[in-house]
Design a protein around this ligand. Sequence first.
Ligand SMILES: [Zn+2]
Length: 264
Amino acid sequence: MAREFRKGTDLIKSTAENKGGKRKFTKNIYWKNGDVRTVAFVTAASDIPKVRLHTFVRIPDDRMESGFRYDTFLCRKDPSMVDETGGVCPLCDDVEHEATEKFMALAIELEATKEGKKVKELKVKYDTVKRDDGTEVEYPRWGVITQGAKNFFSYFAAYDEMSGDIREVAWEIQREGDSVGTKYHPFEVKAALPDLTEVIENMPELEDLLDEMGSDEKYSQVGELEAGSQPSFGGRKNSDSGTAPTGERASEFSKFREEVVGSY
Ligand SMILES: [Zn+2]
């Protein structure tokens, strides 16, 4: 069923005031305090949807040393889902996990070769994943950037309006700060984008990822969760300051990253 997501740079501006037999994970690109990443957007600014999400849902998982992992769900109260679900969301209603409104864009992470501060060359960044049989496979590091409008996407919405398509250039994005004071500093990279055609051809569509994030299959994992089982990341309500937990949760967070990156 085709869903209508809430899209558009106007919306961003107005708000600114796993594969095979394995369970599917949503691959994310995110920044911890101090991280600098170079990315190419795959989603046009005008196609970036606003979505109601459950991020950092703690799911028991025996394969993890910690016994659990974090996953992201499309809230079943998202306007795109209400027709199907009647506005009933087990994560909101039963598990009492707090949903937040975010914007999402697909992006590919790039590796920048620099001479001094100047970027000389950009290449697609790859992760090497070891299979059970010991062989290694390389995966391009693409993922979903899930952020708020105010401290992240509003800049790109403005760029789209003033300067052009955000997909035509590479972006070096720095994160500064934690929690409420988090700032993202985007810099347009003055070097040619590598050819992304092949990577993009092998990526899913954002809307398919969202469908999957709200699917019955995905939500079948929620049934086993109990009310009060979910950690509260700083207790921020309707936060617009990014998805990363802070402070002592950073180590949990970096584990989460490895799990996400290594498992698709
Ligand atoms: Zn929900």
